[in-house]
Design a binder for this molecule. Structure first.
Ligand SMILES: Cc1ncc(COP(=O)(O)O)c(C=O)c1O
Length: 396
């Protein structure tokens, strides 16, 4: 199929790079014109196991052999029960609602928070989120997203949201009142520019939520499933949420999302309150089970920590070498960003021309979210390519 046909038939929601991918293996993608690309985007933090992973392939094949691809949530299916048990254990949460995407997981969390608050007397239904956050593109999720550019042209938005400054506890405290039911926060802001929360900030939010009987919701759509170097970023910070959302890498590339609950959030939803036809779909649940199996082995997350430190160190060398183009490195595990003083798009495009996929985050960050199975040899190749690009840009 041609790119022209893609441009004609697909709605213009993405600024797409002119390439058609058709296959992949390990850390590399292949395009229809036969070129190989080293992938440090990983489907934007989705393809945690890289491409053609034997374990994920076997899990999918097993579902196909058994013949049950999908089973309505009117009934139980064993893959979904196993996935629920496995992912809640991995996340240190109690219960889970399965859906299909990050936005959908956050919608479930926002609805659960509103119901939790509306059961109080007087009712609590206001939600606090952070400036520069990103929670997805559905109505609740874009409203929770603290970036005006995502709101433009889509009004009227749902009511009852206010925005505090990330990593500024005083600004959150100033918004809390007796009608606040929840705070939603990313432990590491992803789309906002790879900004990790401070431990004090998350602990402060935890204390505020306990003091005012509010739910603390962590959006780990991008940071969950091993990316931070622990199964979930809250385990790095050791500050736990009441509600946890995740998606992206949850099923290793099969569409899946999850909203998990703990303690007082466990029994808010009753039959009929919320649903998703495809949530806990057999194929997706089999993918989740394979991801849980892999992440339950500590050597997997140890590898992410080691590769994350290695990548971080290499990126710091770039900052030291090109102080006029790069100013800082931020990140944790295998979600890393280099702050640039030039538009990231310039670097992304030049890297693409040299066979390396990287992407931007926020207005000034070059983002690296490779498959978690990346090795030092691929990090060396990727950083060498970025170095070549920066050398050329510096000379211009
Ligand atoms: C932190 C966070 N939350 C939510 C989303 C939305 O996820 P999805 O695109 O699967 O709806 C994203 C996507 O980038 C994200 O990074």
């Amino acid at each position: 199929m041609s790119i022209e046909e893609g441009k004609h038939y697909l709605l213009d929601t993405y600024a797409q790079v002119p390439v058609v991918f058709c296959g992949g293996e390990g850390m590399y993608l292949t395009s229809e014109d036969g070129k190989r690309y080293l992938d440090f985007v990983g489907g934007i933090a989705v393809n945690a196991l890289g491409y053609k992973d034997p374990g994920l392939t076997a899990a999918i094949e097993q579902v196909l052999e058994q013949g049950l691809l999908h089973c309505s949530n009117l009934y139980y299916n064993s893959q979904a029960i196993a996935a629920a048990k496995g992912v809640t254990a991995l996340a240190q949460m109690d219960r889970v609602f399965f859906c299909n995407s990050g936005a959908e997981a956050n919608e479930a969390a926002l609805k659960l928070a509103r119901k939790f608050g509306n059961l109080h007397t007087p009712k609590k239904n206001q939600i606090i989120s952070m400036v520069d956050s990103f929670h997805g593109r559905t109505y609740g999720a874009i409203t929770a997203t603290g970036q005006a550019k995502y709101h433009a042209h889509f009004d009227p938005l749902p009511q009852g949201f206010s925005y505090a400054l990330f990593n500024d506890l005083q600004s959150v405290k100033a918004l809390v009142s007796e009608v606040t039911c929840a705070i939603i926060v990313e432990p590491i802001q992803g789309e906002g520019g790879i900004v990790p929360a401070t431990a004090e900030f998350l602990q402060g939010l935890r204390d505020l939520c306990d003091e005012h009987d509010m739910l603390l919701i962590y959006d780990e759509v991008q940071t969950g499933m091993g990316r931070s170097g622990k199964p979930f970023a809250h385990q790095v910070y050791q500050v736990r949420p009441d509600v946890l959302t995740t998606a992206k890498a949850l099923a290793g590339g099969i569409p899946a999302g999850a909203m998990m609950t703990r303690g007082k959030a466990n029994a808010i939803f009753k039959p009929g309150d919320h649903a998703s036809t495809f949530g806990g779909n057999v194929l997706a649940a089999a993918g989740i089970n394979e991801m849980v199996r892999r992440l339950s082995d500590e050597s997997f997350t140890d590898h992410v920590q080691q590769m994350g430190s290695y990548l971080h160190g290499k990126l710091e060398q770039l900052v030291a070498q090109f102080p006029s183009l790069c100013t800082a490195v931020r990140g944790m595990g295998l979600i890393q960003g280099v702050v640039l003083s030039i538009p990231p798009r310039t670097v992304v495009e030049a890297c693409f021309a040299k066979g390396l996929l990287v992407l931007s985050a926020g207005s000034d960050v070059l983002r690296f979210v490779p498959p978690l199975v990346v090795e030092t040899v691929e990090i060396d190749t990727a950083v060498a390519t970025v170095r070549e690009v920066l050398e050329t840009l510096q000379a211009e």
